[in-house]
Design a protein around this ligand. Structure first.
Ligand code: NI
Length: 174
């Protein structure tokens, strides 16, 4: 079950990062919306409503979860740049995924949101200095997180959910 839920493995942080590594993470972040679009291309409504694993979210809910998560990640990031060690709070992602917009919004709407938000995120991140990257927020689940690590987690999170969808398609022969 763990391989279905964590198809690329759990998040493993790098020790420090170079400009090149951060640019690579950014490229992953920027490529995700189009990769997601391709990953769901041609799926029927029934296929989009199929859980990626038994008891898991449907493909459609995974796409909308990525948009929900991006909104939170972006706000956390900007709060850490403008406040001292803010408490990033948390949200009930399981319940967000059950709300009507996560069931009824076309997937493409959330992909457009991901594209727009990640375009802004990349502009922001490329201007950051080392002192900015060392700024932190406090997460109830991850503890104190530097922005450098948050960028890496953001890149991982997109790949993680994308692989849930591509894994389902591969297993189902879709
Ligand atoms: Ni997630």
């Amino acid at each position: 079950m763990d391989e279905l839920r964590y198809p690329i493995g759990r998040f493993v942080p790098a020790d420090g990062s170079t400009v090149d590594q951060r640019e690579e993470w950014l490229q992953t972040i920027l490529a995700l919306p189009q990769a997601l679009r391709e990953a769901i291309h041609g799926l029927t409504a029934e296929q989009l409503a199929t859980p990626y694993r038994p008891g898991g979210w449907t493909v459609q809910q995974v796409v909308h979860h990525l948009a929900d998560n991006d909104v939170h990640a972006y706000v956390r990031f900007k709060r850490a740049l403008t406040e001292e060690d803010p408490n990033a709070g948390t949200y009930r992602q399981d319940l967000w995924a059950e709300l009507s917009d996560s069931r009824e919004t076309p997937a493409e709407t959330s992909i457009l949101l991901l594209e727009a938000l990640r375009t802004r995120f990349a502009i922001l991140v490329r201007q950051l200095k080392p002192v900015d990257l060392a700024r932190t927020f406090v997460s109830p689940t991850h503890g104190r997180v530097t922005l450098e690590r948050a960028i890496q987690m953001f890149a991982w999170h997109g790949r993680h959910h994308l692989a849930q969808i591509t894994g389902l398609r591969a297993r189902m022969g879709w």
